[in-house]
Structures are given as structure tokens and as C-alpha cells.
Ligand binder design. Structure first.
Ligand code: WTA
Length: 637
């Protein structure tokens, strides 16, 4: 077990050196010593970076749910696997032991089978943050179906697009969901989506809110009666190491979302190993990650990583501000949480409230606190460190992506000294490189460039569902022989990495990945709109917010600009979801373009950000006069 758990900085450096010199030996040993296999591998790794082909643990056979559940039953059957904390603090929390989790997952697996789901079929899951979301994921994995979870905040149109791209056969949803003071009509949204999604044959509906819903005869079934009748054991499907485990959509620089494909064995080994080390997980810990399971953070570090380690993981249905700004801190005290993992945007929103909200609660149980999803600014870092971590809990700033499957750069608590705003050092087996635009490696410290990786790790995505060429083009072409993350980064003199933000057309708003292209596509569907360009500008709480420059077709016809703004945001909300709405919309008569017709976004970015405009070289602009107009009409904060 020596390389599995890292306990000193000296050991980290030793393990790191070994891991990058002999990565196959390193990962092979971890896989060998810490998991249950039906059959071990012939080869730890085969890969071709140019073709984006990766085979980890070739020909090994396993089932990930045997590793998440079954193998813990003998010693930890009565230990809590899940603690469900509902949205409403007056509703009692629910717990599920590993024994109970086993039964729930087996029953649901049997239901799916009865409904005709087979190995390799896609099952779309559109649920609020309730235990059934975790059961559904694991039930799919149990029978070898590929789960595709769609975040519950997405619109009907976004859901439909994702169901169609993955050609999902079954949809698991609920009547509704609670979110703060609101109720979300999930089934109604799903019904709307299904009008355009013919691949779905069956809809299984969880009862959460008891609200009136429409049930379509022959297609829609309440889940509970089926569960009640299902057998409570299930023989897990034997999966190949490289059989697909799930698809999870992430934004890209074209309108179509990218269905990142993750496979079984590598993802398992990687999430388990990173969870153990980055959260300093020990047997009696109560671990809580506040992300939604609809994002990769929830997949890897609410469900798979913790359960693979036999941990107790909290599933929280609510939001940080409901019923008060104390909700997070109250839950930490209530369940004696030992590891707390959240996003900078949540921290910033809570830090602006009175400090009594956090001081009222005893959070002595906390041992490690974590951050994920976007760069954490210095102020938020200190607030989090001082008021939540009480200056004694290491704060791990974890850098990773949907595409990476698990954390690649992070401090290891009690091992790596932390430094505000720096994600710090790569995990063992991970080889970051920073590249300049001429594809040279940047050796000089403190100069930022594109963050790339030189060597595959077990959790790397294997493809984009249905479009391997797009996978190659997006991640493996700009810097041949390397994985390109789309992020910028720099390295300090001791080798710590600092993430400087996206360098492509993706914007991170409140920790959510949004592509500007799909938002522009939605806006352009409005009959008054000729074209549009979206850029990000810094926002105190959300990190980034969106600023839209919109060209109207016939300005005279559209005098009620506020109404038009509302319509545009409604359109975005319908097409993508409320998370993608614009904070500012400026109507313009044209966009700055190069002679080849390309929008010069850096000019728009500079205007959106404000300050003293340094536009750089604008001599290649086709329409330089437009810049003055846009500047004059800028919407100030
Ligand atoms: C950003 C979330 C700075 C980054 C796990 C990345 C971060 C994108 C950090 C992936 C961090 C994530 N510091 N930036 N600690 N963690 N990001 O796919 O831009 O939802 O490329 O995965 O979030 O977002 P995704």
C-alpha cells in the first residue's frame, strides 16, 4: 500500500519521480493492490497520443459496483454509505448503509433489466440531488448500461439534444425537485424534451414532490412500485476494462455539446486513488461535496471516489442560501463533516454575508476543505481558510476537468504546503507542461501559457461520443503529442501551478462551463437579431459573467430594448438553461471584424471589462469606426 497513500512531502517527491519515470509500473501496482477484479490485465497501458487512443488495463475484467459496494459488505455492511440531507432542514435526513445501498442498487438494476435495458444501452438520468440519482448511476454500472446524467437545471431543449446525441433508450426522472424556495417541474420539462426525442422508450419516474404530473400510458412508469417488486440481489455484469461507463456532456466551442466518454477500469483506479489522497480520507470520516451529481465533480467525488474507498458521502439537495446563509455550516455541524468540498462561487456568495452566519456553528469536525471549478481568488481563499477551515484545515485547490475524469493538480493535505490561488503540484503520474503559442515548452517561471499534459493518466476521457475526430481535433492537435486542456497556467519558482483561466471559447460562470458559441446560436434565433458575440467580464460573485453584443436587424422596429433583452434571455433560458443568461446586453450596429470576417473578440472583451482600453493592434479591422460606437454605448456595472 505504500504508494497508495502519501504521507509526507518527501514521500510525495519520491513517489512522483517514480510515477513519471515508470508510470505503467506505478499505476499497475495501485490497480493490483486496491481493487477487486474478475480477471487482471495483460498490459497496463497502450496508447497513441496523436490518435487519442488509450487502453488502460488491457483485457482486465471487473464491475465497478462490486468495488463500490459488494466488497465493503463483509466489514462495513452497517456503515453509512450515503447521508441524504434534504433541501428543507425540517425534513429528516436519510441514511443508507452499505447493505442498504447494495439492495437499492440491485433492485433498480433488476428494474432496468426488466424494462429491456442491456449492456451498452444508454440511460439518461435527469434527477434532482436525491439518493435515487446515485442509485441510478450505480444500477446502470451494475448491468453495464452507459449512464448519461443531465444536470437538473438544463432546459427541455438541452435535455433533448443530449438524449438524442446519446440515443438513450430509457429516461429516469422525477415528478419534480426542490431547490431552495422553488420547486422545479422536472417531469414537465422532460415531457417537453421527449416530444423531440424518439429514442426514449420508457420513462421511470421517482416520486419526490408529489406534484401533479402527466404520465403517458405505455411510456411512463412510477419507479417505486417496480422497485417494491424487484429482486434484491443482482449478479453484476462482467465488464471489460475499456467498456464505456458513462457519457457526460460538457460545453465546447461549437453549438453541439461534447459527450465525454469515460470507461471503466482506468476511471475507477484514478478516482479512487485521487479521492483517498486529496481528501486525506480515513475510515470514520464524513465527507461532503456540495456539487451536483449532474457535473463531473459529483460523478467522481460524490459517488464513485468516495464509495470506492468505502467512505460515507453526503448528498445535499439544497442550496447555500436556503433557508438562511448558514445552511452549509449547519449541515457541517449536524453531520460532523470532516471533509468539505465546494466551489469558489459559493464561497464568494457566502463571504459577502455577515460573518455571524458561519461563526454560529461549530465546525471543529472539519479536517480538510477543498475548492473546485474555477480559480479561487485571494480574498475568497482567505475567507474560506479563516472562517471555515479555522486556519487549521489545509485548503486544497483542485484543478481538473470533465475530460480528465479526476483531479490532476492539487495539494495533498498535511503533505503539500498550500499557497493561495495556486493549485500547487501535479498528482503522481501526471505530467503538466506549459506551452507558448509557437508550441515551445515554457521553461521560464511565472510566464503563462497553455496548460498541456505529456502523458495519459488512467482517468482521461477516451473519446467524444460518436465523434472521435472532434476529440482529436479539440484536445490533441494544437500541441501534437500532448493533451491540451483549454486552460492557461503558469508555474512559480518552486514548481507550483497557478491556473489563469480558459484560453478558448469556454467561459466559467459560477463554476459552470459554458460555451459562448451555443449561447450565440440561441440568441441568433431571435427574429430581430442579425448576429451576436458573447464575452466574459469579471464578476464579484460568479467569477465571470456574460456580456452580449447584439446586432439588431432593423433597429427602428425594436425600440423597446428592455423587452428585447428579456426575450433574448428567455430564449437562452429555453434553449440552454437559466445558468447561461446574460448579465448585460448591448445593442450595436455591427461587430469589430477582421478582413477575413472573424470577430475580434479581444476588443469586445476589453470593452466589457472596462478600464483603460488597450485594444492592441486594430489596423487589420475591416470596420474600425465601430469600436468607438461600441465603447460609447458600453453598459457600465
Ligand atoms: C476550471 C470541473 C482553476 C478550468 C471539475 C477547467 C479550475 C474547467 C479549477 C473544467 C481550479 C476547474 N482552478 N480553474 N481548481 N477547477 N477549473 O469540466 O477552467 O466542469 O478547464 O470540470 O473548470 O470544468 P468542468
Amino acid at each position: 500500500m505504500s504508494s497508495y497513500s502519501i504521507e509526507s512531502l518527501e514521500q510525495y517527491f519520491k513517489v512522483y519521480r517514480r510515477s513519471v519515470q515508470k508510470p505503467k509500473k506505478f499505476w499497475g501496482k495501485i490497480a493490483d493492490e486496491n481493487f477487486t477484479w474478475y480477471q487482471k490485465w495483460d498490459k497496463v497501458l497502450e496508447f497513441d497520443m496523436q490518435k487519442a487512443e488509450f487502453t488502460w488495463f488491457k483485457n482486465a475484467k471487473l464491475n465497478i459496483t462490486k468495488n463500490c459496494i459488494d466488497r465493503h459488505l463483509a466489514n462495513k455492511g452497517d456503515k453509512n454509505a450515503l447521508i441524504f440531507e434534504p433541501n428543507d432542514p425540517n425534513e429528516p435526513a436519510r441514511t443508507y448503509t452499505y447493505n442498504q445501498l447494495y439492495t437499492e442498487v440491485c433492485k433498480l438494476a433488476n428494474v432496468l433489466k426488466e424494462q429491456g435495458v442491456k449492456k451498452g444501452d444508454r440511460v439518461c438520468i435527469y434527477l434532482p440531488m436525491i439518493p435515487e440519482l446515485a442509485f441510478s448511476i450505480l444500477a446502470c454500472a451494475r448491468i453495464g448500461a452507459i449512464h448519461s446524467v443531465v444536470f437538473g437545471g438544463f432546459s427541455a431543449n438541452a435535455l433533448s439534444t443530449r438524449i438524442n446525441d446519446s440515443t438513450s433508450k430509457v429516461l429516469i426522472t422525477s415528478d419534480g425537485g426542490y431547490r431552495g424556495a422553488k420547486t422545479i417541474d422536472l417531469k414537465k420539462i422532460a415531457d417537453e424534451a421527449l416530444k423531440n426525442s424518439p429514442s426514449v422508450e420508457k420513462v421511470l419516474v421517482v416520486n419526490r414532490t408529489n406534484q401533479e404530473i402527466n404520465m403517458q400510458e405505455g411510456r411512463d412508469l412510477w419507479l417505486q412500485p417496480l422497485i417494491d417488486q424487484a429482486e434484491s440481489t443482482n449478479v453484476a455484469e462482467i465488464m471489460d476494462a475499456e467498456d464505456p461507463l458513462f457519457i457526460l456532456y460538457t460545453s465546447g466551442s461549437t453549438g453541439k455539446p461534447k459527450g465525454m466518454l469515460h470507461t471503466t477500469a482506468g476511471y475507477m483506479v484514478f478516482t479512487a486513488y485521487t479521492f483517498k489522497n486529496i481528501f486525506n480520507y480515513n475510515n470514520d470520516d464524513i465527507y461532503w461535496c456540495t456539487a451536483d451529481i449532474g457535473w463531473i465533480t459529483g460523478h467522481s467525488y460524490i459517488v464513485y471516489g468516495p464509495l470506492l474507498n468505502g467512505a460515507t458521502t453526503v448528498i445535499f439537495e439544497g442550496i447555500p442560501s436556503y433557508p438562511t446563509y448558514s445552511r452549509f455550516w449547519e449541515v457541517i455541524e449536524k453531520h460532523q463533516v470532516t471533509q468539505f468540498y465546494t466551489a469558489p462561487t459559493a464561497i464568494r456568495s457566502l463571504a459577502k454575508e455577515k460573518v455571524e452566519y458561519v461563526q454560529k456553528f461549530k465546525m471543529k469536525s472539519l479536517k480538510v476543505i477543498g475548492s473546485v471549478g474555477e480559480p479561487i481568488n485571494e480574498e475568497a481563499w482567505h475567507w474560506y481558510n479563516d472562517h471555515v477551515g479555522g486556519k487549521v484545515c489545509p485548503l486544497v485547490d483542485t484543478w481538473w476537468q470533465t475530460e480528465t475524469g479526476g483531479i490532476l493538480i492539487s495539494a495533498i493535505p498535511f503533505v503539500t504546503p498550500t499557497k493561495p490561488t495556486y493549485a500547487s503540484l501535479p498528482l503522481p503520474g501526471i505530467k503538466p507542461v506549459i506551452m507558448d503559442d509557437l508550441r515551445n515548452e515554457i521553461e521560464v517561471n511565472q510566464k503563462s501559457g497553455s496548460l498541456c499534459f505529456d502523458f495519459p493518466w488512467p482517468g482521461i476521457a477516451r473519446s467524444i461520443w460518436g465523434d472521435h475526430q472532434r476529440y482529436i481535433d479539440t484536445y490533441f492537435t494544437k500541441f501534437p503529442g500532448k493533451y491540451f486542456s483549454g486552460d492557461g497556467a503558469l508555474r512559480d519558482e518552486v514548481g507550483y501551478y497557478r491556473i489563469t483561466g480558459r484560453v478558448d471559447d469556454v467561459v466559467i460562470v459560477s463554476g459552470h462551463n459554458l460555451g459562448t458559441a451555443p449561447i450565440e446560436d440561441s440568441i441568433n434565433q431571435h427574429q430581430a437579431v442579425a448576429e451576436s458575440a458573447i464575452v466574459a467580464f469579471p464578476h464579484e460573485i460568479k467569477g465571470n459573467a456574460l456580456y452580449g453584443f447584439v446586432v439588431i436587424k432593423e433597429a427602428g422596429l425594436w425600440r423597446d430594448q428592455n423587452n428585447l433583452r428579456k426575450e433574448i434571455n428567455q430564449l437562452i433560458s429555453d434553449q440552454i438553461g437559466a445558468i447561461a443568461k446574460l448579465d448585460k446586453i448591448q445593442f450595436v450596429t455591427g461587430l469589430p471584424k477582421t478582413r477575413s470576417g472573424k470577430i475580434m473578440r479581444r476588443i469586445l472583451r476589453a470593452i466589457a471589462e472596462g478600464g483603460d482600453y488597450d485594444f492592441g493592434d486594430t489596423t487589420t479591422l475591416l470596420n474600425p469606426e465601430i469600436v468607438e460606437e461600441i465603447k460609447t454605448g458600453r453598459i457600465a456595472p
